[in-house]
Write a protein that binds this ligand. Structure first.
Ligand SMILES: N[C@@H](CCC(=O)N[C@@H](CS)C(=O)NCC(=O)O)C(=O)O
Length: 225
């Protein structure tokens, strides 16, 4: 059976996890927090060269990078597809997923340490986030109208990206900008509420909540935060 290495509080880990759950693929979860190196799981570097989460253990070896893992999952388990059949549709889903990761998740990620440790980000980082996120928010509405799904009329990898990454951006915005930068995207609130009702999204949220004390204890033990 394939094994997914990582931890359930990680939005990147949850990307392949939600894909596997939605596709009904059996898999085993192997707990591994971030911060691998001399003090913690140095052997993990053989699974994921930069020590990043997630990593997928397959009969042929390990795969790191969530996007590559998704590609493997989709090719190996084609039933319950998470990509449309047409080349154009596939590209549009990937466009949206990549857009969300690059211009939302990565913009907010720089402030996740602040969110976790209760510290203030540097004013220059915050200003850059503020500028970039408002630009990206206006552009997002051009890529999706967030009706029932982010793209087309079935659940896809665009929904996986949206429902796992956009809430983090909202948390960062509300905490450090005193506003939800995504509130201006038409349809997004209703869409997110609907996605949260999906049974596998509920599992992801419940597992993240259950993992949170362990992750915080790990951060404290490793970094003192
Ligand atoms: N590009 C990677 C990013 C994964 C990533 O940044 N994961 C975080 C956890 S949410 C991590 O491992 N951070 C530790 C680090 O960057 O050293 C992917 O798509 O898998």
């Amino acid at each position: 059976m394939i094994k997914l290495h990582g931890f359930s509080s990680s939005n990147y880990y949850n990307v392949p996890k939600l894909a596997l759950l939605e596709k009904g693929v059996e898999f085993e979860e192997v707990l591994s927090y971030t911060g691998v190196g001399a003090k913690y799981k140095p052997e993990y570097l053989d699974k994921s060269p930069l020590g990043k989460v997630p990593a997928l253990e397959t009969p042929e070896g390990f795969i790191s990078e969530s996007r590559a893992i998704l590609e493997y999952i989709e090719a190996m388990y084609p039933s319950e597809p998470l990509l449309p059949t047409s080349p154009f549709g596939r590209a549009k889903v990937q466009e949206l997923a990549q857009f969300i990761e690059l211009y939302f998740e990565l913009a907010a990620r720089r402030m996740i340490p602040n969110l976790l440790s209760g510290t203030q980000p540097s004013p220059s980082v915050l200003k850059e986030f503020d500028t970039n996120i408002h630009k990206a928010t206006a552009a997002l509405a051009k890529l999706s109208s967030f009706q029932s799904f982010a793209y087309g009329d079935t659940f896809s990898l665009a929904d996986v990206a949206a429902i796992l990454n956009l809430p983090v951006v909202r948390d960062v915005g509300k905490r450090f900008l005193d506003e939800d930068p995504l509130s201006a995207v038409p349809g997004l609130d209703e869409y997110c509420a609907q996605m949260e009702e999906r049974p596998h999204v509920k599992t992801i949220r419940a597992d993240a909540k259950a993992d949170s004390p362990g992750f915080m204890a790990h951060l404290k033990a490793l970094y003192g935060i």
